[in-house]
Write a protein that binds this ligand. Structure first.
Ligand code: NAD
Ligand code: WQD
Length: 338
């Protein structure tokens, strides 16, 4: 298939481009580099051993999207482009609604004009909010507790309504749990701007000496060691889930939601310990107050993805930490070092 990848220079998009190319798809990336570096696409190109088509077009730019669609004629779109920082989303909510909600609508309208009816969308386990039961399955009620989560859930609703109104269209929503790790080449990985918000990139920067210590947000949760537990998923497994979702979309019309996780969860202290072993470095930490809005535990029921997408995660926590360390130690300043 010809696959247009919005947000293709981002963390998950870049890994997915490589997987898609490996599966024989023709790929084209679209990204404004608002939260990524153009160097990412050089590295993707290096990995696939071929030039990569790219357009620096904003997903909110309808005429720009029309030009890209007319030139590339995609059979499907994988839609990663968006803003993703929970804390920031409370400070600049209108930007989050503009990019994540309006941007998704603008993209769908352009797809419709171009006659493209397949889309795979990046959603998040954040849409569930506080668990009524665990593991989360896809029928769990959605009650997001932050602006970012609201914007993702609104985008899901737009996609659902668009699919219903568009005979033959196929929408696959993937709700990712906690993506971590890096490409096996150690040439591509997560390169957050400024201080990382997420645990694993923060731990990686402590291991490599860029930061002093990890702050553990709460050790008084109702979990075995008191720290928060999450379902971490290797980014290469996640990338592969997109290829599986595309195959599904090619065979089915309709609207389907899938959890993408491993079905296992680990505590903050277990992650720190696994990373220390993988890196061979001590990881100093201190117990700090809880971070507002965090839940004690999150874990996916992945049986639907296993049954309908024939996909399951292959990498364990050790491999996630090892690949993250290989990337971080080989590129201590991320993509900036060249
Ligand atoms: P990322 O920030 O690395 O990638 C997003 C990309 O979109 C960036 O390269 C950015 O430059 C681009 N972009 C932003 N606004 C744009 C716009 N208006 N037009 C075109 N491009 C634009 O994030 P990621 O971690 O790769 O996440 C990809 C998607 O997955 C996002 O939609 C995110 O919300 C979702 N997601 C991420 C996680 C996570 O923990 N990383 C978890 C669940 C869901
Ligand atoms: C994991 C655990 C923290 C940092 C977020 C978004 C979610 C999705 C993935 C985009 C928690 C603890 C963290 C630190 C810590 N993103 N922690 N010290 O909060 O599960 O999910 O990223 O869609 O929407 O909400 O991930 O990596 O921030 O936190 O103790 O410096 O690590 O409290 O228990 P989270 P995270």
């Amino acid at each position: 298939m010809r696959v247009l990848v919005t947000g293709g220079a981002g963390y998950i998009g870049s890994h997915t481009l490589i997987d898609l190319h490996g599966q024989g798809h023709d790929i084209c990336a679209l990204d404004t580099f608002d939260n990524s570096s153009p160097e990412v696409l050089n590295r993707v190109s290096e990995q696939i051993g071929a030039p990569l088509q790219h357009h620096a077009v904003d997903i909110r730019d309808g005429p720009g999207l029309d030009r890209v669609m007319a030139g590339f004629r995609p059979d499907a779109v994988i839609h990663f482009a968006g803003l993703k920082a929970v804390g920031e989303s409370a400070q600049i909510p209108l930007d989050y609604y503009s990019v994540n909600v309006s941007g998704t609508g603008t993209l769908l309208a352009a797809m419709q004009r171009a006659g493209c009816g397949r889309i795979v969308f990046s959603s998040s386990a954040t849409v569930y909010g506080e668990p009524a039961y665990l593991p989360f399955d896809e029928t769990h009620a959605c009650a997001p507790v932050n602006v970012y989560g609201h914007s993702k859930y609104m985008a899901e609703q737009i996609l659902k309504d668009w699919q219903r109104a568009t005979p033959g269209a196929s929408v696959v929503v993937l709700r990712y749990f906690n993506p971590v790790g890096a490409h096996g080449s150690a040439r591509i990985g997560e390169d957050p701007r400024g201080q990382p918000n997420n645990l694993v990139p923060f731990v990686a920067q402590v291991a490599v000496g860029r930061r002093d210590k990890v702050r553990v947000f709460g050790a008084d949760y109702d979990t075995p060691d008191g720290t928060g537990m999450r379902d971490y998923i290797h980014v290469e497994d996640l990338a592969r889930a997109h290829s599986a979702a595309l195959n599904f979309a090619a065979r089915h019309s309709g609207f389907e939601v899938f959890n993408i996780g491993t079905g296992r969860c680990y505590s903050v202290l277990e992650v720190i310990d696994a990373f220390a072993r993988a890196s061979g470095h001590d990881i100093p930490y201190e117990i700090s107050p809880r971070r507002p809005g965090d839940i004690a535990r999150s874990v996916a029921d992945t049986s639907k993805a296993q049954a309908l997408l024939d996909w399951r995660a292959r990498h364990d926590l050790r491999q996630m930490c090892q690949s993250s360390w290989n990337w971080q130690s080989g590129n201590p300043n991320g993509y900036d070092a060249g």
